[in-house]
Design a protein around this ligand. Structure first.
Ligand code: ASP
Ligand code: MG
Length: 465
């Protein structure tokens, strides 16, 4: 089989862990062609973003401290994972890149200005370093690993720095040619996650958590038979195990269910990562480097056949609700458009919308951090008009999302879900269900959130039995 294996940051956080991941690759490379994709080691991406911020504020001493911590950390990692021959070859490259990182950071420090483009450049070193170290570890284990950054692997994006979109057709051609050839020659391509280049060869990034996306882009381009996303959890779970003690790993999910869960912030998935593999019907496994023999979660076309229409219950924190009311909104075309347009112009992302058939109010859920901005924008834009009478914010709201493909066309899911919630005396503030019927989302008071998740989780007996 041809497998793209991506290793997350927490699986690469120390020299021992990197060696462990290299041994996993080695073991599977005996009978398969493996493409390796690496995230930055541990919290390096956060550290690099903090470095940029420190430089932008002109704090020279702190910049120096942060740079030397990053330098030392990666020199030590390389030192600890390689044999002498490979260490010598690689450490020159690593030192060269550390100098480049230093120069870029000092540029930001002197100008006191960081653009999205320069930030991407600085942040990209996290994946460069970790992937170089991983390639060295693989070579020390006797594989023929070849380091490639995302651009060298063939991933070309637009110039939307900080969250670039791949130009998929040209990417496919490039990847197939470059990575395909290496696999034919028995080489193990070892590719930086998260980073790519635009058409001019300038470094871009795919957005936080983008290494998953790198893996699925490569897999769909080659094509590969499977993608394995190695992280520090056994798989996607029926609920957050920190909140629900008996939550269990979901063995099998459809792409649509997994996308739905990713959108609601389930751990370990970039929201767009499943797009390329879904089109190509390549299965994705979520696996745990700390428990490699566990089966993990399999994401593919088909979902697990169970008698349970509901697969998972998710709690989305840090949200707020906004209700816009006004008797004159009834039958007035364009009200919703005006509200959404105003929020769009203010840069506020709307997560959930609902309007009752009476049309006298519209409720929206947004990120809590955007509440002030949203209310200000709506007051300025709408309260003067005769249409809207009030903009009512509610700050202490959480959203519960109930996900499962089997909900489609199964009557009575809503009544069971809300029956379970009502039996705990919890008041539901707002409800939305997309016509895909893949999820029901509703808002409750923050203090009721965990209790509501518990009620639904046990109503559908999703936990250990
Ligand atoms: N290192 C990047 C991040 O932390 C990308 C990734 O981990 O997937 O967001
Ligand atoms: Mg990471």
């Amino acid at each position: 089989m041809r497998i793209v294996m991506k290793f997350g940051g927490s699986s690469l956080a120390s020299a021992d862990l990197i060696k462990h991941c290299a041994s996993i690759v080695k073991q599977h490379a005996e009978n398969n062609e493996i493409v390796v994709v690496c995230s930055a080691s541990g919290d390096t991406t956060d550290d690099l973003l903090a470095l940029v911020e420190t430089a932008r504020r002109g704090r020279g001493e702190e910049v120096e401290r942060r740079l030397s911590t990053l330098e030392q950390k990666h020199l030590n990692l390389l030192d600890a994972v390689t044999d002498d021959r490979i260490r010598e070859e690689t450490s020159e490259t690593l030192k060269q890149w550390l100098r480049e990182l230093r120069r870029a950071t000092l540029g930001i420090l002197y100008l006191r200005e960081a653009t999205p483009r320069s930030t991407d450049y600085v942040v990209s070193f996290g994946e460069r370093f970790s992937t170089l170290v991983m390639a060295a570890a693989l070579n020390s284990y006797g594989l023929k690993a070849q380091y490639l950054d995302g651009g060298e692997a063939g991933i070309v994006t637009d110039s939307n720095f900080g969250g670039a979109t791949p130009l998929i057709e040209v990417t496919r051609l490039n990847v197939r040619r470059r990575i395909g050839r290496m696999l034919d020659e028995g080489v193990t391509p070892t590719v930086t996650g998260f980073i790519a280049t635009n058409e001019e060869g300038v470094t871009t990034t795919l957005g936080r958590g983008g290494s998953d996306y790198t893996a699925t882009i490569l897999a769909s381009s080659l094509p590969a038979d499977e993608v394995w996303l190695w992280s520090d959890v056994d798989g996607l779970m029926t609920a957050n195990p920190k909140l629900i003690a008996d939550a269990v790993v979901i063995k099998k999910l459809s792409y649509n269910e997994a996308i739905e869960m990713a959108l609601f912030g389930a751990k370990g998935l970039h929201p767009r990562a499943l797009e390329p593999v879904m089109a190509a019907q390549i299965p994705v496994k979520i696996k745990n480097t700390f428990n490699p023999s566990a089966e993990g979660t399999l994401i593919s076309e088909s979902t697990e056949k169970t008698d349970k229409p509901v697969k998972a219950v998710l709690l989305v924190n840090d949200t707020a609700m906004l209700t816009v009311r006004g008797p004159s909104m009834v039958g007035e075309p364009g009200t919703a458009a005006k509200i959404l347009e105003t929020l769009y112009r203010a840069g506020v992302n709307v997560m959930m919308i609902s309007q009752s058939i009476s049309e006298s109010s519209i409720s929206l859920v947004i990120k809590r951090s955007a509440l002030n901005k949203a209310v200000t924008a709506l007051e300025k834009a709408l309260l003067g008009t005769r249409i809207v009478a009030a903009v009512e914010p509610e700050e202490d709201i959480v959203v519960i999302a109930v996900v499962g493909e089997g909900m489609k066309g199964t009557p009575g899911v809503a009544s069971r879900v809300f029956g379970a919630v009502a039996s705990k005396g919890i008041n539901v503030k707002m409800i939305a269900q997309g016509s895909s019927e893949l999820n029901i989302s509703f808002a409750v008071k923050e203090s009721d959130g965990i209790e509501a998740v518990k009620a639904i989780h046990s109503e559908y007996q999703l936990g250990k039995t």
